[in-house]
Design a protein around this ligand. Structure first.
Ligand code: SF4
Ligand code: FES
Length: 252
């Protein structure tokens, strides 16, 4: 396949960026999208030009690092996969492919296609954990019986990889799908109950403080999420939040 890659180039966080066209030839349809970018960078380096900066780590849909906006879609035109799982057979010979970084104020561009997603880390640090006493031996896995329906829902929520596609897809740059998945994975399990009220209030406050927008129910997040996280998690987060607020007011 012969292609034209229209790639966002930006030297640094405070520099002005622009699209640059890179022609590329003889790309196998079986090549992954990131392998195709590797080939481009090898060719650029061989010519003495600067390679295109892009993020990746696991290349198997686990780490959430490969955050590219491809032809107007986070993680490209396929559904329920990450950019690293996308293959060139999804495109046609002669195509022009537009490749951009995530666009959201809380995800500033560091260079070219790499954005800083440490705002997600800050939200997790605000409450996305369970405090446990690690002294002593592990409890038996079956010592806390959990109904299968809750175990399955918690596992589904826990499959969020923190990629940020939900924020990139949302016109409000809302992080509610991500935050609600992280809250749900604990809210559904007995181990998460003791800190539940603190968790939801602190994580939502941090999300607002960092400049993420609100949810206006367009469901673009669910449509573009590579792990098919459901917006029902947002409804659960809202219930958790109101219940925590009501309890806090009663105690005042
Ligand atoms: S909810 Fe989906 S799109 Fe958002 S961070 Fe998690 S995996 Fe990525
Ligand atoms: S590189 Fe890890 S999910 Fe794509």
């Amino acid at each position: 396949m012969d292609l034209t890659l229209k790639i966002w180039k930006q030297a640094g966080p405070n520099e002005k960026g622009n699209f640059v066209n890179f022609p590329i030839s003889d790309i196998s349809p079986d090549c992954s999208f990131l392998e195709m970018l590797d080939i481009l960078n090898e060719q650029l380096v061989a010519k003495g030009d600067e390679p295109v900066a892009f993020d990746h780590d696991c290349r198997e849909g686990i780490c959430g690092m490969c955050s590219l906006y491809i032809n107007g879609h986070p993680h490209g035109p396929d559904s329920a996969i990450t950019t690293c799982q996308l293959h060139m057979r999804k495109f046609k010979d002669g195509d022009t492919i537009a490749i951009e970084p995530w666009r959201a104020r809380p995800f500033p561009v560091l260079k070219d296609l790499i954005v800083d997603r440490s705002s997600f880390d800050e939200i997790i640090q605000a409450g996305g954990y369970v405090s446990i006493n690690t002294l002593g031996s592990l409890p038996d896995a079956n010592s806390i019986p959990i109904p299968k329906i809750y175990a399955d829902l918690a596992m589904d929520a826990a499959s969020c990889i923190g990629c940020g596609a939900c924020v990139a897809a949302c016109k409000n740059a809302s992080a509610m799908l991500f935050v609600s998945a992280k809250i749900s994975q604990f809210a559904l399990l007995p181990q998460g109950k003791s800190e539940a009220k603190m968790r939801v209030q602190n994580m939502v406050a941090k999300m607002d403080e960092l400049g993420f927008g609100n949810c206006t129910n367009t469901y673009a997040c669910e449509a573009e999420c590579p792990k098919e996280i459901k917006v029902t998690n947002i409804a659960r987060m809202n219930r958790e939040f109101f219940s925590a607020k009501v309890c806090a007011e009663k105690m005042d």
